[in-house]
Ligand binder design. Structure first.
Ligand code: MV4
Length: 447
């Protein structure tokens, strides 16, 4: 097992990893930018190394500086958290060349699934349902028009290097497709340095279901059931829950098994998430793989009782998975509300600044994962998420009641937060009956 790990991230996920390491008896080296220097969670690390100015591009995203910190800190492994360098295959490769274990998939597996067109090809080979669309990349306008006529409009143009909703464009007819192709290619080239695009039928009013998987370095892979992340706004998730409330037991088993087949086919190890969209009839289609631990991983931890960060560290150290698939039980209902320093009344504008007053909820079935406290200043340089409020209860109805109770206890003074929008969503009939889709927020609250 590792003696020392570098935590190449900040905020709540850095704290989450430091906590897991402490329980495993592993020392931690935290990195921070100049903006994060005073943050209290850094005191829980054994060593702190400042790696640059506030801007992420000059600190948390700098491979050279993170690797230097790892060398200075004399660590055997790096946990990348989510965002920043977590899905950067080059970084994973540099770690390997430096003899530092990257706690995540191999750079080869990461590159395979990180390219959406290649992930789609692997899914098809593994017998995982994909959305009807192009076999591979779009070669020409004529090729795209031909395909669109076959599958029918509307179609979605997707960038192979995109993901998380970036580089997508809907085309409702041939004219829109002709124009969209050029624009999508130019945008993909500018954003990702890769103009590759592919085509899918546009699935309207879908729900978003994702399957948590973990693999070891000996070829074993298990799923840890699914999460429903339909409640999003502009590709930012607001609420996640497990189990997915609209899946039949048959579909649920099928989607989880499909996810395992896919990651096995990609020779993927460590934690990952396989994303699907589910149409109004309950058909599911693979869309992409997230090759990292995700923000919402604690939802799965609550329903399975498995510490995913510890599991990630253990498999990265070469240990075999300690479970067979049938050992992974799912109990009750878990739900997470992401609490952001944003003003829901002002188009979710970020509200950085000092938190002047703070009170965290607690009690039966409540988990609060956060690095903030009274006196903490929310930096304008990073993501506006300040904490994750989770509940675990026997039923969905009880989970909603518990979440509303916990939200009413949560006090954040000095900055506006997304607490009020969560209260509105949880009280909404459509959410309570799970009759929502990924467009619910935008349709229901024009902001
Ligand atoms: C789609 C889709 C409809 N049809 N693909 C958005 C994020 C990226 N992971 C893929 N996304 C979508 N792909 C087809 N063929 C609709 C979305 C989508 C979406 C998916 C999941 C959760 C929220 C979403 C919000 C808007 C669009």
């Amino acid at each position: 097992m590792f003696q020392r790990i570098l935590v190449a991230n900040r905020g709540e996920i850095a704290l989450r990893v430091i906590r897991a390491c402490r329980e495993l008896g592993i020392e931690t080296v935290a990195v921070c930018s100049e903006a994060d220097r005073g943050a209290a969670y850094l005191q829980l690390a054994d060593q702190v190394i400042c790696i640059g100015p506030p801007r992420a591009s000059e600190s948390y995203l700098r491979i050279d500086r993170v690797i230097s910190a790892a060398e200075v800190g004399n660590v055997q492994a790096i946990h990348p958290g989510y965002g920043f360098l977590s899905e950067n295959a080059d970084f994973a490769d540099v770690c390997r060349s430096c003899n530092i274990e990257f706690i995540g998939p191999s750079h080869e597996a990461m590159a395979l699934v990180g390219d959406k067109n290649s992930a789609r090809r692997i899914a098809k080979q593994a017998g995982v349902p994909t959305v009807p669309g192009s076999e591979g990349l779009i070669e020409s306008e004529a090729h795209a028009l031909q395909l669109a006529r076959e599958i029918g409009f509307p179609v979605l143009i997707k960038a192979s290097a995109g993901g998380g909703g970036r580089g997508m464009r809907v085309a409702v007819n041939e004219l829109a497709l002709k124009n969209g192709l050029q624009q999508a290619q130019a945008e993909a080239e500018a954003a990702f340095g890769c103009a590759d695009i592919y085509l899918e039928k546009y699935v309207e009013h879908p729900r978003h279901v994702e399957v948590q998987v973990i693999g070891d370095q000996h070829g074993n892979v298990v799923h840890l059931w699914e999460r429903d992340c339909t409640m999003q706004r502009r590709h930012q998730k607001l609420i996640e829950e497990s189990p997915a409330p609209t899946l039949t037991p048959e579909k649920r088993a099928a989607v989880c098994e499909a996810a395992v087949r896919l990651v096995k086919a990609a020779n993927y190890s460590n934690a990952g998430t396989v994303e699907f969209i589910v149409d109004q009839k309950g058909n599911f289609y693979f869309i992409e793989v997230n090759a990292r631990i995700q923000v919402e991983h604690p939802v799965t931890e609550l329903v399975t009782g498995i510490d995913l960060i510890k599991a990630q560290i253990r498999v990265a150290a070469g240990e075999p998975l300690p479970w067979k698939q049938e050992d992974i039980k799912h109990r009750g209902v878990a739900m997470e509300c992401r609490i952001n320093a944003e003003d829901p009344d002002k188009n979710f504008r970020p509200t950085p600044g000092p938190i002047t007053g703070f009170y965290a909820p607690g009690g039966f079935g409540v988990r609060w994962d956060s690095h903030v406290y009274a006196g903490y200043t929310v930096s304008p340089h990073y993501d506006s998420m300040i904490g994750k409020l989770l509940v675990h209860q026997p039923t969905r109805e009880e989970a909603i009641a518990c979440m509303l109770r916990a939200l009413s206890e949560l006090r954040i003074e000095g900055v506006k937060s997304t607490v009020p929008i969560h209260q509105k969503i949880l009280a909404h009939e459509a959410f309570r009956t799970s009759r929502t889709d990924t467009t619910f927020i935008e349709r229901t609250w024009v902001s």
